[in-house]
Design a protein around this ligand. Structure first.
Ligand SMILES: C[S@@+](CC[C@H](N)C(=O)[O-])C[C@H]1O[C@@H](n2cnc3c(N)ncnc32)[C@H](O)[C@@H]1O
Length: 501
C-alpha cells in the first residue's frame, strides 16, 4: 500500500474535511510526507532575511529589490529571488528603513501571502486540487479587526504600489485567511519561527490530544521545496480512526486553549479533554480550594466560557471571569521569564513555582510549564551542570521529569517530541544519583547496576522517539547524541560499574 493510501479524506457538517486512517497504523509509522505549497515569515514578525529567514539589522539590502537579506548568497536563494524580489524590483517598491529591526515590522505582512499567490500561478494544479479547498473563514474574519488590517497592509499594498491588481481583493483576503487558519509554524536551523502551508497536514481536525506527530525538516537552503514535513502516527490508530493534530499549545489550561481556538480558528472545541472538568484527571485547570483543606476548584461546565467554578468538597464558588484573570496574571509572570536562562532563570522559575504552590493544583498547566523549563535548565545552566548538582537537586530534577511524564501520558501520548526530550533529561540524573549513592555505600553494587540499566533503558526510549526528528533541528541533534551515548554506555557498562566506586 502506498503512503498516499494510509489516510483518506472525509467530510462532516461540523468540521468540514477531516482525515481517517485507511488501515491500522502503528505508533511511529510514517503516514505521509509533503513539501509546503509556500513558506515564509509569520505575521507580526521582526525584520528578517528574505532568503534564510534569520534576523537582520537591515544594513545589507538585496542588490535587485533593496529589501533586507543577510548577504549576496541569500539574495539569490530561490525563495526570495523567484518570489517577492521579482515583484519588488519591477514595481520599484523599496523597503522603508526602520528604527529598530527587532520591532514588529508591518512591511513583512505581505510576503507570505504574496509567495502563495505567485505559487498559485506556477502550480495551478496543486492550487486547484489542494489549496483552493482550504478553509479561509472569510465571512467570520470580515467582522474582525484582522480584515481591515489585512486590507490596508496586504491587499491595498499588493494591488497598489506592487502593481499586482491581477489578484482580486477577494483572492488576496482568501489567501490571508488560508494562511491564518491552516499554516503551521516551523523553525529555521537557527530556531527562528516561520510559517508553512501544508495542504495534507492542514486537513487534520483539531483535538486537544493529538494522535499524530509532525516534524519539519527546515534546512534553511532557500529552495522553494525546503521544509519537508513528515507526519507519523504518535500512537496506534485503528483503521477508520480519525487523525488529529493539535492547533494549540497542549500545556495550556482548557479556558485558554478554547479561547485561542475560538478567536483564531473560529470553532468551539468540544474534545474529551475540553469537556472534562478535571482534564482527564490531569488537573491542568484545577486550583486548590483556599476555604477547605482537601477540595479542588473546577469549572462547573468547562464548555461554557464564563461558567461558575466550584470546590469539589465545600460550598466555595467563584466566577469564570475571576479564574481567567488569575490565569492571565500567572501566564504573564511566566512569559516575563521565558528567555531568562542560567542561574537567574532557575531562581525566577522556582520563585513562581513556590508562589503559586498553595493556589494551583500541583499538576496545574502553569506548574507543568514551569516544570518543563526547569528540567532543561537543571543539568545545563552554568553552575548547574549534571556533575555539579548535589543529590537533592538531582532528586528534584528526577521528580520534575516523572511528574511531567505523568501529564504527558495523557495529553501527549505516544511518540511526542516533548516525551523524547523529557526521557533524555531523566536518564542523566538517575545515573548520576545512583553513582553518588554507590560511592557513599548507600546502595549495593547490584542496586547500582540495576539503576544504571534503568537509566540506559530510559535513554533508549528517548532515542526511539528522537530518531524521527530531522537533524536540522535541535531535537534531531539531541537524538543523535542520545544514540551515541546509549551505544557507548552499553559498550562500557562493566567498566562503568567497576570504575564508579
Ligand atoms: C486547518 S482547518 C482543518 C481542515 C478543514 N476542516 C477543511 O475542511 O479544510 C481548521 C478548520 O477546520 C474546522 N475544525 C477543525 N477541527 C475542528 C474541531 N475539532 N471542531 C470544529 N471544527 C473544527 C474549523 O473550521 C477550523 O477553522
Amino acid at each position: 500500500m502506498s503512503q498516499q493510501d494510509l489516510f483518506k479524506i472525509e467530510t462532516s457538517d461540523t468540521v468540514g474535511r477531516y482525515s481517517v486512517a485507511s488501515r491500522d497504523l502503528k505508533a511511529g509509522e510514517i503516514i505521509f510526507a509533503e513539501t509546503p505549497f509556500a513558506y515564509g515569515p509569520k505575521s507580526d514578525t521582526h525584520c528578517l532575511c528574505l532568503g534564510c529567514h534569520n534576523p537582520v539589522d537591515c544594513t545589507y539590502l538585496c542588490s535587485k529589490c533593496s529589501w533586507p537579506v543577510c548577504s549576496p548568497e541569500c539574495e539569490v536563494l530561490a525563495v526570495h529571488k523567484d518570489n517577492e524580489c521579482a515583484v519588488f524590483s519591477s514595481s520599484k517598491v523599496k523597503f522603508q528603513a526602520v528604527e529598530d529591526p527587532a520591532d514588529v515590522c508591518l512591511q513583512y505582512e505581505c510576503i507570505t501571502p504574496l509567495r502563495v499567490l505567485l505559487q498559485k500561478e506556477r502550480d495551478t494544479k496543486r492550487w486547484e486540487t489542494e489549496i483552493s479547498k482550504m478553509e479561509a473563514h472569510n465571512e467570520k474574519r470580515k467582522s474582525k479587526p484582522i480584515w481591515e488590517f489585512n486590507q490596508h497592509n496586504i491587499v491595498e499594498y499588493l494591488r497598489g504600489p506592487c502593481k499586482l491588481d491581477r489578484f482580486s481583493e477577494e483572492l488576496i483576503h482568501t489567501v490571508c485567511g488560508i494562511l491564518e487558519i491552516n499554516a503551521f509554524e516551523a523553525r529555521t536551523p537557527n530556531c527562528y519561527m516561520i510559517r508553512c502551508l501544508y495542504p495534507k497536514l492542514a486537513i487534520m481536525s483539531h483535538n486537544c490530544i493529538s494522535n499524530i506527530h509532525h516534524a519539519v525538516d527546515c534546512q534553511g537552503n532557500g529552495n522553494l521545496t525546503d521544509c519537508l514535513v513528515t507526519v507519523r502516527a504518535a500512537t496506534d490508530i485503528p483503521k477508520g480512526g480519525e487523525l488529529y493534530s493539535s492547533y494549540t499549545y497542549s500545556f495550556w489550561p482548557t479556558l485558554v486553549r478554547r479561547e485561542f481556538l475560538r478567536e483564531s480558528k473560529f470553532f468551539e472545541c468540544t474534545c474529551p479533554r475540553c469537556s472534562d472538568k478535571t482534564e482527564l484527571d490531569t488537573h491542568l485547570s484545577s486550583l486548590k480550594c483556599q476555604r477547605c483543606d482537601n477540595g479542588v476548584i473546577v469549572a462547573s461546565d468547562p464548555l461554557v466560557d464564563l461558567c461558575e467554578w466550584n470546590c469539589t468538597h465545600c460550598e466555595y464558588k467563584t466566577h469564570g471571569g475571576a479564574i481567567k484573570k488569575v490565569f492571565a496574571a500567572i501566564q504573564n509572570e511566566i512569559d516575563q521569564v521565558e528567555y531568562i536562562g542560567g542561574h537567574e532563570g532557575i531562581q525566577q522559575r522556582e520563585h513562581i513555582f513556590r508562589k503559586y504552590k498553595s493556589v494551583l493544583h500541583p499538576k496545574h498547566a502553569y506548574m507543568t510549564i514551569l516544570r518543563s523549563a526547569l528540567i532543561q535548565l537543571y543539568g545545563k545552566a552554568e553552575g548547574y551542570t549534571l556533575g555539579e548538582l548535589p543529590d537533592v537537586v538531582l532528586e528534584r530534577k528526577i521528580e520534575l521529569c516523572y511528574q511531567l511524564l505523568e501529564v504527558l501520558d495523557v495529553i501527549e501520548p505516544g511518540m511526542s517530541r516533548i516525551r523524547g526530550i523529557t526521557l533524555y533529561e531523566l536518564h542523566g540524573p538517575i545515573m548520576m544519583h545512583a553513582r553518588h549513592q554507590y560511592q557513599y555505600d548507600a546502595i549495593s553494587k547490584d542496586d547500582f547496576k540495576r539503576r544504571l540499566r534503568e537509566s540506559i533503558n530510559i535513554l533508549k526510549q528517548a532515542v526511539e522517539i528522537l530518531k524521527n526528528e530531522p537533524v536540522s533541528q535541535p531535537e534531531g541533534q539531541l537524538g543523535q547524541m542520545a544514540l551515541a551515548a546509549s551505544e557507548q554506555l552499553e559498550e562500557n557498562f562493566d567498566m562503568l560499574v567497576e570504575t564508579a566506586y
